[in-house]
Design a protein around this ligand. Structure first.
Ligand code: SF4
Length: 418
């Protein structure tokens, strides 16, 4: 590890739960359905996070367990079976049904893996039923994707064929561009996980080399490794530096001629550096504080320091997988303060003490900080925006320059009216 300072903190947390990842997963796999087994709070979260009402028939819903159902577990199982059967009658196109657990204590008592097994036996050939937890007690919002992918791994067919597997949801156009680059490098077979159709699962085995596209897939990576895949150590594809090293890691594993890699990537890098320049001017020297939420914090800090010149005050992460993050941490400046976990009160005290120019945080903390005159960026925006790859570096920087620019305009306006 580089000379970063790695510390741990525990206490009250302020993060979204794993249910939130349903919002991007259901878009990725339109033939899958995510049925949250939860309370009205869960239904409310998922509706407001997705901005879509349940009655509009989206590809997720909530089996709300009423008092009556919770009175006895037998009732809860019957109620769940009834909801699932009604759903499948209305939506025969569903091919994979995820039962997503949540944190109300009565829901925790329901064995969703047993429910999935029972439903699988009844619905054989029609739909595959899987389960994972999105509970706020166990997960932060990006971990929901880890849970969903981990549940899919046992269904992946085995194959020893040599292939590159990109793991983690990417925006479709970004993924297409990255695949084009790998094809130009001569890598023939490139698959994605999750796939765009839940039934078109990639195969896995000794010939599979995995590039993780997202930093929050610890459990999935472990399962893929257990199935024989080789997880390529690399930083994550954010910014020019991270994306280039990420592509180069695959090129090296597939023994691509380094001069072909250089000639393929050089024009992309030059174009991206030019596009990034105006943002470097806006962001350089500004103080940045990242509160823990998405697990994207370390790659973002690396990009914003190394390519945009920002000064890192503190980098918070909800969980730190040191092995997976090693290539990222090695790229951070000496003495970067990385804090795993959260004690929200203490972190807010440090934010106030350091008065950073920009804080990356959850939506719940952004408004109070803005009211105190501190510019913020919602970390959840990073998972909804196409930010991966060399081409996207300037778009990623723009996400951070925008709140600073807006606050500049507002303070100028205030001055003019005084
Ligand atoms: S899973 Fe827990 S934290 Fe998430 S919305 Fe439901 S009750 Fe709230």
């Amino acid at each position: 590890m580089s000379g970063s300072t790695l510390l741990k903190e525990t206490g009250p947390r302020e993060v979204f739960c794993g249910l939130t990842s349903i919002v991007w997963l259901h878009r990725r796999m339109p033939d899958a359905f995510f049925l949250v087994v939860g309370s009205r709070t869960c239904a409310h979260l998922i509706q407001s996070a997705a901005g879509v009402m349940i009655f509009a028939e989206p590809r997720f819903g909530t089996a709300i367990l009423e008092e009556r159902d919770l009175a006895g577990l037998a009732d809860a199982h019957e109620e769940l079976d009834r909801v699932v059967k009604n759903l499948l009658k209305r939506r025969p196109e569903i091919r994979t049904l995820f039962l997503v657990g949540s944190c109300p204590s009565e829901v925790i008592k329901i064995d969703l893996s047993r429910a999935a097994e029972r439903l699988n036996a009844q619905l054989k050939g029609q739909v595959t039923v899987l389960n994972y937890s999105g509970s706020g007690i166990e997960t932060t919002f990006t971990q929901g994707e880890d849970g969903a992918l981990k549940a899919l791994v046992p269904l992946l067919p085995s194959s020893q064929e040599e292939q590159l597997l990109l793991v983690g949801t990417l925006a479709n156009p970004v993924e297409d561009r990255l695949k084009t680059i790998f094809k130009r490098l001569g890598i023939q077979k490139i698959e994605s996980f999750p796939p765009r159709e839940s039934t078109k699962l990639p195969s896995i085995g000794r010939g599979t080399k995995v590039l993780l596209a997202q930093p929050y897939l610890t459990d999935t990576a472990r399962e893929l490794k257990d199935r024989g895949a080789d997880i390529l150590p690399a930083p994550f594809p954010l910014g020019i530096q991270g994306s280039k090293l990420w592509i180069e890691a695959a090129a090296k594993a597939f023994k691509v001629n380094p001069s072909l890699v250089d000639s393929t990537l050089e024009p992309l890098v030059l174009r991206a550096q030019k596009a990034l320049k105006p943002y470097f001017e806006q962001l350089s020297g500004k103080k940045l504080f990242l509160l823990p939420e998405s697990q994207l914090e370390i790659p973002l800090a690396r990009f914003l320091h190394n390519e945009c010149g920002m000064e890192l005050v503190e980098v918070g992460v909800p969980y730190l997988n040191r092995d997976m993050m090693r290539p990222e941490i090695e790229l951070l400046p000496e003495n970067t303060r990385i804090i795993e976990g959260q004690h929200v009160e203490k972190q807010l005290d440090r934010v106030r003490e350091h008065q950073p120019d920009l804080v990356v945080c959850g939506m719940g903390l952004a408004n109070p900080l803005e009211a105190e005159g501190i510019s913020t960026k919602w970390s959840i925006e990073m998972v909804f925006s196409p930010i991966h790859g060399i081409d996207q570096a300037s778009d990623l920087a723009e996400l951070f320059a925008r709140p600073l620019h807006r606050n500049n305009l507002l303070s100028r306006k205030t001055l003019e009216t005084v």
